[in-house]
Write a protein that binds this ligand. Structure first.
Ligand code: 7RM
Length: 631
């Protein structure tokens, strides 16, 4: 049994021990898992050589730990509860035994398709149980899954297929999110016209809506599994064998293929799940994220299943059929632990309180948030109206790169402060570094958030580009992992994440690189130059603001805006659509030609009197023009 910290004193002593002797600490946690072969090497490597590794001489299969290991004690226990987008469609309860059979069977399908250890499989599926099955089936045979979120376009999907050189694509005919149909197979078809990598595309029938099938390449999921054995011996994998790739946006260039490996990821996601949420055996746990993001990987699929939990998967959105949907689902399944994003809280906070007050939320014990800083108003609304002041709120800070939660209260144990992620988890050493790269000691300080030493679920590399990995995370402050976030440490030593300090925007908890959006807009033939920045947005946290310079005089601004939006939707997907597009005659630049984003941010916020020093600008008059709205 994975140990669970039960009070603040214990947290402090466990934390100190974990920092003094990480190998000893994690060795004990690792003992709680099922290994094929247990080695001696707990961790090795360092941040100067960027070669950190965990459990490199042990072997295992993570799905044996998620599934097989539970069959004796929890075979009939529900592993996955599934709730459809359509409240009238019956939900599903899938037991550990059933899930084990489904995963084993689909693993055999993949083997029949010629998928081998180390091969990459792209998954572009809706939030249905088969998505979890697909992920776990890959893990069972040592294939590396690369899940792409359904909000990405055909081009973005094709880029990811190309980058990881996937030969198999798993998708569904379509899905509904709210009233909107997302035609996943059509988008997949378009993607497969942009890349020739895919030999096999397997499509799950979800809605039954019309799709095209290409002979020799495309097949139906139900045909593929028909008659296939539900027995599959899990492959023996090395602790450091890759488990998955997940693409995420950075401040420059194309999205990065974050690579996670097997054993460290397993040990850390399970340990953090159990401790942060203070999970208890019969809890019903619901994380509202999509499996297309890291939160879904670590805290819908792996973390909960490793702990033998019942994890709820929801296909829909918080506001369909109305703003009470989340609370309907909580009431229906008597959810005990509820984990969502600040953007969802703010969106629901803006709706009639009747959507909440008419529901029975008494099953709730622990609330969580993730993805972006939570403002105090939203925190209090969540605490007062959802938790009825009885449920601790765990504000969990982490990243795609960290694999699991690094800074967070432990529910009911760590004293809370609204909008603070509070304290690091065992094994995690946060440091604040100033712009000169010096560690800022003491409390009541602010700086760039770095992590001093490796933890088990840390990204090992960017798929196919270790040099870029070193450049991105280990060169700004050599010897430390740089998170890209700014952070305060208050008088009590509590951490408060203040947001990105790089050119990444956080829109509704989704990471979007400004450079990516700029590249997409620049593809429009009329666009000469563009700068994209984030600005404060009441619901989304940040909105996307695009300043656009055109070659010719803008005659029909509305039409041009539509065309630019269409470009962004085509090249990235609807999630990267700018909220505002302002046509301008020029961008504020330094004499060396660098765009001054600081000024653009202030202009977007309407803080015209706080522009700071504009004297270094090549042409200060552009600022006046932007202010006046004149092109
Ligand atoms: C899990 C996830 C990572 C970025 C990260 C932060 C921001 C995430 C919090 C947060 C303040 C939080 N992965 N972020 N959690 N900011 N408080 N509790 O979101 O890779 O998609 O994004 O999200 O800026 O660097 S992610």
């Amino acid at each position: 049994m994975i140990p669970k910290i039960s009070n603040l004193e214990e947290y402090k002593s466990v934390y100190n021990k974990s920092i003094k002797d990480p190998a000893g600490f994690w060795a004990e946690i690792a003992d709680c898992f099922q290994w094929k072969k247990k080695g001696n090497q707990i961790n090795s490597g360092n941040f100067n050589d960027v070669n950190h590794s965990w459990f490199e001489d042990s072997t295992l299969n993570i799905t044996e730990n998620c599934l097989d290991r539970h069959l004796d004690k929890r075979g009939e226990k529900t592993a996955i509860i599934w709730e459809s987008n359509d409240p009238k469609e019956e939900g599903k309860h899938i037991s550990y035994r059933e899930l084990h059979a489904m995963v084993s069977q689909f693993a055999n399908v993949l083997i029949n398709k010629g998928v081998q250890k180390g091969d990459r499989v792209c998954i572009y599926m809706p939030m249905v149980p088969e998505l979890a099955v697909a992920v776990l089936a890959c893990a069972r045979i040592g294939a590396i899954h690369s899940v792409v979120f359904g909000g990405f376009s055909a081009r973005a999907l094709a880029d990811r297929i190309d980058d990881a050189e996937c030969r198999v694509l798993l998708t569904a005919d379509s899905t509904y999110r709210g009233k909107k149909e997302i035609r996943l197979k059509d988008i997949s078809d378009d993607a497969m016209n942009l890349t020739d990598k895919i030999d096999n595309c397997i499509t799950l029938k979800r809605t039954g809506n019309d799709i095209n099938m290409k002979q020799g390449r495309d097949s139906w999921w139900h045909d593929e599994i028909d008659g296939v054995s539900t027995f599959n011996e899990a492959l023996e994998l090395n602790g450091e064998d890759p488990l998955f790739i997940l693409y995420t946006s950075g401040s420059t260039g194309k999205p990065k293929g974050i690579l996670h490996t097997t054993a460290g990821y397993m040990v850390y996601t399970a340990y953090s799940f159990k401790n942060v949420f203070q999970y208890e055996e019969n809890d019903i746990y619901w994380c509202t994220a999509d499996i297309g993001w890291i939160t879904g990987h670590s805290y819908i699929v792996y973390g909960p299943l490793l702990c033998g939990a019942t994890t709820l998967m929801f296909e829909g959105v918080p506001t369909f059929p109305d703003a009470g949907r989340f609370w309907d689902v909580v009431e229906k399944y008597k959810v005990n632990i509820f984990y969502t994003a600040p953007t969802a809280i703010r969106a629901l906070q803006a709706c009639d309180l009747g959507f909440v007050s008419s529901k029975d939320l008494s099953s709730l014990r622990v609330l969580g948030t993730v993805g972006e800083p939570i403002n105090e108003e939203a925190w209090h609304w969540y605490n007062d109206h959802i938790g009825k002041k009885q449920c601790p709120i765990v504000d969990t800070w982490w990243q795609t790169e960290t694999g699991g939660i690094l800074i967070s209260p432990l529910a009911g144990i760590t004293p809370l402060k609204p909008s603070y992620a509070t304290l690091p988890l065992p094994g995690v050493e946060p440091i604040l570094v100033n712009n000169e790269g010096e560690i800022i000691e003491g409390n009541g300080v602010e700086g760039n958030l770095c992590i001093k030493n490796s933890w088990p679920s840390q990204t090992r590399t960017l798929y196919g580009d270790h040099e870029r990995f070193i450049q991105t995370y280990f060169s700004t402050y050599p010897g430390y992992y740089f998170t890209g976030d700014g952070c305060k440490r208050d008088e009590d030593g509590y951490y408060r994440i203040t947001g990105r300090v790089d050119d990444v925007i956080n829109v509704s908890g989704h990471r979007i690189g400004t450079a990516e959006v700029e590249n997409a807009i620049a593809e429009h033939e009329g666009v000469c130059e563009t700068a994209v920045i984030g600005y404060p947005h009441d619901i989304k946290g940040q909105g996307i603001y695009a300043y656009v310079v055109c070659y010719e005089e803008v005659k029909n601004a509305d039409e041009l805006r539509k065309e630019i939006l269409a470009k962004v939707i085509e090249l990235i997907g609807p999630i990267a659509k700018p909220d505002k597009i302002q046509f301008v005659s020029g961008l504020p630049k330094t004499r060396s030609g660098k765009i001054m984003r600081r000024i653009l941010r202030k202009l977007a916020e309407g803080e015209f009197d706080k522009l700071g020093d504009v004297s270094t600008l090549l042409d200060p008059s552009v600022v006046e023009k932007i202010k006046s709205g004149v092109i």
